[in-house]
Write a protein that binds this ligand. Structure first.
Ligand code: AMP
Ligand code: MG
Length: 533
């Protein structure tokens, strides 16, 4: 297989555009769009595009050679200044529940789908620019994005992918040369920030909210068409089944993928921050990186999103319940496609999410702890005791699980074990003897549990393969952003290289595995983020 030497060789086959009716209006002004799946709209040209970073392995998915991604044309195309032959740019129409309330039509307010690339293996990849200007769905906003949130999206998509978490990908980040006004905390402090555009890449960007909007508007032929299209493009194995069985099998798969995605989030300590139904991918991909964050100290109640600080709906520990709630909204949306008598089957599939999630979660926890399987008779208790210790002692999640692989199985290893964990506490001076005793007690139990395992030889290797050494800690991304805002993109590139090998030791990069420094605890962008982006 040979790589393309020019972007002009990309082949587009825009299945979504071909299959669905377009908005009949082609002028670009905010409006409600009925009986259509998308509106044609072109990216707004920018004055001085500049490439901040690109991900070569995403470029490889598109068969692009270095000649392509190092070219001036690449910067022009992925900043929105130039369209390639075959691109049919459009913004799609969707709705969603935001923070638990039906919000009606939302749509791609600052995302423009350029087209679907077919690579040499026959895979389809939709290219989508985020921050490329107004669309009919921009409502009262500006359609733009700023550099800080674009770098966060770019790096995190790639970090998640290499951690093995299903996610949309990111090809590039471009500065636009324009400034964008943002009031970061909505508190009357607007500032001019640098504008940027990210090119996101995924098999599809279809969200729960796409189905919801058609259903809420009773546009049932479109709803059915979207279900059929989704099955035909990304769930082909169900096509042969009779209609209701096909839909049930598909919905069941969406539940399974969603459960697996959330289990991965809990495994690596990722908090999405805005799990609205318009931010849920039908493919079970992590999508729409906004005020997300990574756990430093383990805390089920933590959310990085200051916009959600009151209710904490989207806190770490609530992600599984919210995923279920969102799937229930999707089930509601597709229910009209079922006969009344079959609807209980849909409900049954939905409810099976909980069992499925529990099963996947147990498997995941067993692997994090180095067990071959989750033993329900004792591991539930072991886990809840662990979570209590982690939370009470303010222990860094990533450092803790990584170190756990070094716990020795020798009888006399016990005291040494504690010194292993010297660097994981955020407030070592505030550790009471009570908490220390709890920790020691837990380690004893853990060692006894490990001794019951048959295959201990490769424990460290197995644990290191699921407990990352490097995650995109909030403060690291912020440092890269601070530098990039001064015109120095080196740390963005460094972090990209780092997160591409999250499970490897990378001794020369050890400083990136350190726990959050004190200065970052209360700094904007490090532990507090808003939806402003
Ligand atoms: P989000 O909270 O980013 O998932 O966005 C929710 C909705 O607001 C989506 O319809 C977005 O397209 C839209 N939106 C967010 N930011 C902007 C913006 N700067 N300009 C236009 N639309 C936006
Ligand atoms: Mg969104």
């Amino acid at each position: 297989m040979s790589l393309l030497s020019s972007l002009d060789q990309l082949i587009f086959h825009n299945r979504f555009v071909d299959a669905f009716p377009a908005d009949k209006i082609t002028e670009n002004y905010p409006r409600q769009v009925f009986n259509a799946a998308y509106s044609f709209v072109k990216p707004t040209p920018v004055s001085q595009p500049q490439c901040v970073a690109y991900a070569t392995d995403v470029a490889r998915c598109l068969d692009l050679s270095a000649d392509c991604y190092e070219s001036a044309a690449f910067t022009q195309v992925f900043s929105g200044n130039r369209l390639l032959a075959g691109m049919q740019p459009q913004a799609s129409c969707y709705g969603g529940h935001q923070f638990g309330h039906w919000a009606g039509q939302l749509g791609d307010g600052r995302a423009i789908n350029l087209g679907e690339v077919v690579n040499q293996q026959g895979q389809y990849w939709t290219l989508q620019l985020k921050g490329a200007g107004l669309t009919p769905y921009s409502r009262r906003a500006d359609g733009l994005a700023v550099l800080r949130s674009s770098i966060r999206e770019f790096l995190c998509s790639e970090a998640m992918h290499h951690l093995g978490v299903p996610t949309t990908r990111a090809l590039s980040v471009m500065l636009t040369g324009e400034t964008v006004i943002r009031d970061m905390f909505y508190n009357g402090n607007p500032k001019a920030e640098l504008g940027a555009v990210v090119c996101r890449v995924a098999p599809s960007f279809t969200r729960f909210g796409h189905f919801q909007l058609f259903s809420a508007r009773q546009e049932y032929p479109l709803l059915e068409q979207l279900v059929e299209f989704t099955i035909a493009t990304d769930f082909k194995e169900y096509q042969v089944l009779p209609k209701e069985q096909r839909y049930l099998a598909w919905f069941s798969d969406v539940c399974r993928r969603t459960a697996q995605m959330i289990v991965h989030w809990q495994r690596v300590g990722f908090v999405h921050g805005v799990m609205n139904t318009d931010n849920m991918s039908i493919l079970g991909l992590t999508i729409d990186y906004g005020p997300y964050g990574w756990l430093d100290n383990f805390d089920f109640d933590w959310t990085p999103n200051t916009t959600d600080a009151g209710e904490r709906r989207y806190r770490f520990g609530n992600q599984p319940a919210i995923a279920f709630w969102n799937l229930a909204q999707l089930a509601n949306a597709i229910a009209p496609l079922f006969q009344i008598k079959t609807q209980p089957k849909l409900v049954a599939v939905l409810t099976s999410f909980n069992e499925l999630f529990a099963h996947e979660w147990q498997k995941m926890m067993a692997s994090k702890l180095g067990f071959s399987a989750f033993d329900v008779s004792e591991d539930h208790e072991l886990c809840s005791e662990l979570f209590e210790v982690l939370q009470q002692a303010e222990i860094d999640m990533s450092l803790f699980f990584r170190q756990l692989a070094d716990v020795s199985l020798d009888n006399e290893g016990c005291d040494d074990d504690l010194t292993l964990f010297n660097d994981v506490f955020y407030q070592p001076e505030q550790l009471t003897t009570d908490i220390q005793q709890k920790f020691i007690g837990w380690l004893k139990k853990y060692r006894n549990r490990l001794l019951k395992e048959h295959y201990v030889a490769d424990r460290k290797q197995r644990m290191h393969a699921v407990n990352p050494k490097y995650v995109l800690r909030n403060y690291l991304a912020q440092q890269a952003i601070d530098k990039a805002e001064q015109g120095d993109f080196s740390m963005v590139k460094d972090l990209l290289a780092l997160v591409q090998r999250p499970y490897d030791e990378q001794p020369d990069k050890a400083q990136y595995a350190l726990k959050r420094p004190d200065w970052a605890k209360q700094r904007a962008g490090c532990s507090m983020l808003s939806c402003s982006s």
